[in-house]
Design a protein around this ligand. Structure first.
Ligand code: PMP
Length: 308
């Protein structure tokens, strides 16, 4: 369950948590016509800081643009609003932030263009998404029977709310079958992504990840950060199409996402990845990622937006 905080930013002002509500005829509630973000803030030696906040707000606006939603705020206003939310709620130990752009009530039917575009940003403390044990020992994946979106059926470059029906179906299937997470293939069979994370494979010392646009995966901000961290550690990173057996035969594999962070993959379809323990490159990148978001590495200070 979500731990409530004090205030939520809604349409330009801070409102009490319990009053951040909408009417049941909210357009986005019926048709999935919304776009959103998931962002994390972490405690650093200089106080709490939001990781790659500008990039997240840029992706939010890009998602809205794809859906022809005119957001009445610019990137910098959204950045300032997000920082306000962290500050007024006293979330000094870090938190998860959820900006949502949605269409309000007053119109029904499939034409979204007349609807009022509304924006909310909430924040609350949220522990690691796939659990402490997953983070330490790795998670078990199952290739889903659900395919990820065809980019001509759903705009995979957008983080659209309705698109997550596909993730929810895949997540239910994986959990009911006793796995931690689903690995989704694109309609043509290549590896796309997990329900809320991008995928990496380590093979012969190189890091491989699917090219997001061709694989119909969301271009992950954590994925991008981890690619930079890997290159800076001298590890080659290649965007390459993968098929499911590339995961079976990987030396190491892991997934990345804002909520999940960097999580080793222990098994895929009941096959151990490597020897089933997080490998050296995964461990090194995970350590470096946490040091980065926690402001311990000067080199990546530009990725942190301090709240005070
Ligand atoms: N793919 C999907 C489907 C996601 O929902 C997410 C989480 N936003 C990601 C990948 C990872 O993206 P990011 O690293 O920007 O959080």
């Amino acid at each position: 369950p979500i731990t409530p905080t004090k205030q939520v930013w809604m349409d330009g002002e801070l409102v009490p948590w319990a009053e951040a509500t909408v009417h049941v005829l909210t357009h986005s509630l019926h048709y999935g016509t919304g776009v959103f973000e998931g962002i994390r803030a972490y405690p650093t030696p200089q106080g709490v800081a939001v990781f790659r906040l500008k990039e997240h707000m840029e992706r939010l606006l890009a998602s809205a643009r794809i859906l022809m939603m005119e957001v009445p705020y610019g990137r910098d206003e959204l950045v300032a609003a997000a920082k306000d939310v962290v500050r007024v709620n006293g979330l000094d130990e870090g938190c998860y932030l959820r900006p949502l752009v949605f269409l309000g009530d007053g119109e029904m039917g499939l034409n979204p263009l007349p609807c009022r575009v509304r924006v909310a940003i909430a924040a609350w403390p949220w522990g690691t998404y796939l659990g402490e044990e997953g983070l330490a020992r790795g998670v078990r994946l199952k290739v889903s029977s659900w395919r990820r979106h065809d980019p001509n059926a759903m705009p995979t470059a957008a983080k659209g709310t309705g698109m997550y029906l596909n993730s929810a179906l895949a997540k239910i299937e994986a959990l009911k079958a006793g796995y931690d997470e689903a690995l989704l293939l694109a309609p043509d069979g290549r590896v796309s992504e997990c329900t809320g994370e991008n995928v990496f494979v380590v093979r012969d010392g190189r890091l491989l990840t699917p090219p997001t646009s061709a694989a119909g995966a969301l271009p992950g901000i954590t994925q991008d950060a981890v690619e930079t961290l890997a290159r800076d550690l001298g590890i080659d990173v290649v965007h390459q199409d993968l098929v499911r057996t590339d995961l079976y035969l990987a030396d190491e594999a892991f997934l990345t996402g804002t909520a999940a962070e960097l999580v080793p993959i222990r098994e895929v379809d009941d096959r151990l990845v490597g020897d089933g323990r997080p490998g050296p490159i995964t461990t090194e990148l995970q350590r470096t990622y946490f040091a980065t978001v926690r402001g311990e590495l000067d080199r990546y200070k530009d990725w942190l937006d301090h709240v005070q």
